[in-house]
Design a protein around this ligand. Structure first.
Ligand code: 1CP
Length: 350
């Protein structure tokens, strides 16, 4: 009886991560708080800017709760950004309207010398404050997810000062000055682990590590800049919080790399992008961890029969597995709200 009560409090997402297959699969969406929601656009306009919104605990908590109130997802993800970590390490962060986030570029040793050894508490405590506020308002069975970017992905933005298609600046620095690049990665590993621990202490139930650009590395570089840093972050988080639940999102990597990441790090789940082969991945990863994903965000925009079929295929392929329904990447701003509603109903068997 006691166990049953505990399960109810924990809710389906935590049960899946702790080792149980749940039917229907719990559901949340990457980037579920954002521009496809009119209530987000309204608050964003009032806040004056994206970074301002991220660093205002009351507003960030409200934005985090918007998709839960509207859709009743099984998890909330704290409204923040992966670039808050370099910002808290001393780099200016701003948002160019209509373009995207910008950071002071970290391109040489002089720039690294100007950054901080550890996180600026003034910045990260605002995230933790937002997390505490959200946790106190969420129903107990709804999980709260904290997150960070993996060091390689964050470094691609930090070195260039902005998002780039080919990550040329970070690759060049890693090739020309591996010692300096290694120091940047080491600083990010320490700060990222601290930030995840801070989020867990503030009330996050789970953390997800977004490695959006993990697939752009060759084998040696993958080991050095992705695999080893991720393993070290998980190790540090677990030494502070032994039962921490951790989801990895190494977007676009091969099954071999995903398997190695999970096996060596001991993470609880891996999130698949939309191109992943579900049957093969399921066969290989099912014994190791829970699997999250992997609806194509463009099919969610398309809707109709194509959406229904894609959802049914995912349900079928993950039948009996520990599965968390999600997209293969973030929801796009042009996604119709009615399609999100249709998807949730179908995933839950309606
Ligand atoms: O209002 C706006 O126009 C801001 C758009 C926006 C939003 C809603 C940005 C700028 N960041 C966010 C929030 C965000 N970012 C969340 C919130 C929680 C959620 O609802 O999921 C999360 C988890 C992120 C993570 C993030 N930020 C990633 C990794 C995941 C991914 O989607 O690949 C990355 C790469 C970023 C950087 C970033 N921040 C914002 C943008 C537009 C970008 C991408 C920039 C680029 O690649 O050029």
């Amino acid at each position: 009886m006691k166990d049953l009560d505990k399960k109810e409090i924990e809710g389906p997402l935590i049960s899946v991560l702790r080792g149980e297959a749940v039917d229907p699969s719990p559901i949340w969406l990457m980037r579920q708080a954002g521009r496809y929601l009119p209530e987000y656009r309204q608050l964003r306009a009032k806040a004056g800017g994206f970074v301002e919104l991220c660093l205002d605990p009351v507003a960030a908590a409200e934005v985090t709760l918007q998709p839960i109130t509207r859709f009743d997802f099984d998890a909330a993800i704290i409204f923040s950004d992966i670039l808050i970590v370099p910002h808290a390490l001393g780099s200016k962060l701003w948002f160019e309207e209509g373009e995207g986030p910008r950071l002071e570029p970290l391109s040489d040793r002089a720039a690294l010398a100007k950054t901080y050894d550890g996180l600026d508490r003034n910045i990260v405590e605002r995230v933790y404050d937002a997390i505490s506020r959200v946790r106190s308002k969420l129903a107990p069975e709804v999980a709260l997810i904290g997150f960070c970017g993996a060091p390689w992905t964050v470094a691609t933005y930090w070195v260039a000062g902005r998002g780039t298609k080919d990550h040329a600046a970070a690759r060049q620095l890693a090739a020309d000055e591996p010692g300096l690049f290694g120091e940047i990665i080491d600083r990010l590993v320490a700060a990222t682990a601290d930030h995840l621990i801070g989020q867990l202490r503030a009330g996050a139930d789970v953390v997800q590590i977004f490695d959006t650009w993990a697939a752009s590395l060759g084998p040696e570089d993958f080991k050095r800049w992705c695999l080893e840093p991720t393993i070290e972050i998980v190790r540090r988080v677990r030494s502070a919080k032994p039962d921490a639940l951790i989801i990895l999102f190494p977007k676009g990597v091969s099954i071999d790399r995903a398997e190695e990441l999970v096996r060596v790090s001991g993470a609880d789940a891996v999130s698949l992008d939309s191109d992943a082969n579900r049957t093969l991945t399921c066969k290989r990863l099912k014994p190791l961890c829970a699997i999250q994903g992997n609806l194509d965000p463009s099919v969610l925009i398309e809707g109709g029969a194509a959406l229904d079929q894609a959802i049914d295929a995912i349900k079928e392929d993950f039948r009996g597995a520990r599965h968390i329904f999600n997209l293969g990447h973030g929801i796009r701003p042009e996604t119709p709200i009615a399609h999100v509603e249709r998807m949730i109903a179908r995933v839950r068997g309606g």
